[in-house]
Design a protein. Sequence first.
Length: 318
Amino acid sequence: MKRDIKIITVIGAGTMGHGIAHVFSRFGYQVNLYEPFDQVSETAMDKIKHELSFMAEEEYITVDEMERAMAGISLFSDLTEAAKDADYVIEACPENLDLKKDLFRQLDEICPAHTILSSNTSSLKLSDMTADLPKERQANCMICHWYNPPYLIPIVELSKYGNMDDETFDQVYNLYEACEKEPVRVLKDVTGMVANRLLHAQAREAFYLIDQGIASAEDVDRALMAGPAFRNATTGMLECADLGGLDIWCAAETNFFPDLCNDDKPAESMQRLVADGHYGIKTGKGFFDYPPEKQEEIQMAFYKRLITQLKASRHYKK
């Protein structure tokens, strides 16, 4: 019989880690949040409080739930103290293979035999990250890939590559369901897993339409939001095809697939922006402009749209 998951260690309190931590704590798990860098750890709990306060203000959670979530997180600067009693560990460190391999080696030495080790990676292979671990530990390792912001977007992609027994996998799957997440089983180790492949296939065509002068950035986004994305917020792509008629979809794809973009490198427009130091909202300019005095307002408007979708999703889950 597997040990119940009660103590969760999150490695890294940066962009993803602090949000992952308060998702688990909100659902009653004891969370140990490890962050070795002072400049990150000093602001981690303030960020968590800010995000939980936003959820309370939007009436997605109560003030009592917010306070319990805050109380359920302990911040550590010592990895051994953070992970020595963990039942489940998820690392949210930079996408550096050597860094992650070294971290997994340390966790193997620190954690009990039953501990499940996972990575939030979106681009590295599980087999590469765990190559130096004993076979017994490899059987307790997986990828659990979240989307940003992790506390507002429900998906978590779970690797089911055959290295782990079904009982252990189901433990993690059930953990995420208990935290109101939408777990997706990824059955083969492919670059980008499932959601990012779908995202960037769509993005490639969006950028191509701009590069070819077919539509402006504003109208490409409007076409997506008012068309496919509007429908896909409640109905999956394959169900849309079934409802629309596979014969119609097949005929349409036969006609226009030859004209779709099939580039194997990023769009020229995006490469030019990056080369010029324009990275989007973080620098004030991307495909659109983000004046410094408007950046916080724009970011919060984005989060409000997401939490509105999150609220609505409670009503149409199958």
